[in-house]
Design a protein around this ligand. Structure first.
Ligand SMILES: Nc1ncnc2c1ncn2[C@@H]1O[C@H](COP(=O)(O)OP(=O)(O)OP(=O)(O)O)[C@@H](O)[C@H]1O
Ligand SMILES: [Mg+2]
Length: 267
């Protein structure tokens, strides 16, 4: 691993899930290098192993073969923080306590952690809701809390698994813009899973397209758009359209393969 420029390196990662009756090869020989401070997006058909890869990077799942290296610059900070697919905040904790959670686990003093949590709630436009409980909030607000919580815990590496997947388009646009702003100020190495080509192009420095199961790397594309980014001007640029087409060509093949594989195709 080149510790000057790389934050994550995966070598020949293979993950096989064994059940009593069958084996699923979720990942096969995945080689990936994520640069320090890079925003990397992962795209691929459903079931291709994106979440499995993220869980391995987070240390929540063990690969069957291969190696993962993560660079820790500062041992005081958590190495990774994960924003999971769907809703993962604690409904019984106030919004502010949810955002403070990671800091509390790490033993950050009460006053300091409140300050940090409030800063990220503010950045996400949620400071008015600090004392409410999650069931009192909309889906979009809950996802904002998720993002605020991940940033507040100040990890070396942020891992996000379709954090905006369940949102309506308008809320998604707002959150994408907010994420861009908060991320661009942080310089954090980020791996972000999405099903949306748009989203990958708006947010990512590079995009990794994965194959249908078993998940391998099919293509890696450089987005090469300037930062700070403005979502609307990016969407109307010719570069966006060109990259969108290119990625769709790669993805289409794999989505069709995945449909045939699960037997749901042909309609
Ligand atoms: N704990 C597990 N036990 C057995 N099989 C699993 C397990 N977790 C995942 N799999 C299988 O591994 C494959 C990859 O799953 P994974 O959740 O990583 O896909 P994904 O790309 O994140 O899909 P989606 O886009 O739908 O979220 C799937 O076939 C899935 O059924
Ligand atoms: Mg997934």
């Amino acid at each position: 691993m080149n510790t000057n420029t790389e934050a994550i390196r995966a070598e020949n990662l293979t993950k096989i899930f064994k059940t009593r009756r069958s084996e699923v090869v979720a990942l096969e020989n995945v080689n990936l290098s994520v640069k320090d401070g890079e925003f990397l997006c992962l795209l691929g058909p459903s079931g291709c192993g994106k979440s499995t890869l993220l869980r391995i990077l987070a240390g929540l799942e063990k690969q069957t073969y291969g190696k993962v290296y993560l660079k820790a610059k500062n041992t005081e900070k958590p190495l990774t923080a994960v924003v999971f697919q769907g809703d993962s905040i604690f409904p019984w904790m106030k919004v502010i306590d949810n955002v403070e959670y990671g800091l509390r686990i790490r033993g950050v003093p009460a006053r300091e952690r409140r300050e940090i949590a409030l800063k990220y709630l503010k950045l996400m436009g949620l400071e008015k809701f600090a004392d409410l409980y999650p069931p009192q909030l909309s889906g979009g607000m809950k996802q904002r809390i998720n993002v605020a919580r991940a940033f507040a815990s100040d990890p070396e590496i942020l891992l996000m698994d379709e954090p905006f997947g369940a949102l309506d388009e308008q809320n998604r646009l707002i959150l994408q813009q907010e994420l861009l702003r908060i991320w661009e100020g942080s310089g954090k190495t980020t791996v972000f899973i999405t099903h949306s080509i748009d989203e990958a192009l708006l947010l990512g420095d590079r995009i990794v397209v994965m194959t249908a199961q078993p998940g391998r790397i099919k293509a890696i594309l450089d987005v090469g758009m300037e930062r700070p980014r403005d979502i609307l001007s990016i969407k109307s640029s010719p570069k966006f359209v060109k990259l969108y087409r290119e990625i769709w060509e790669y993805l289409r093949e794999e989505v069709l393969k995945a449909r045939n594989f699960t037997g749901s195709g042909g309609k």
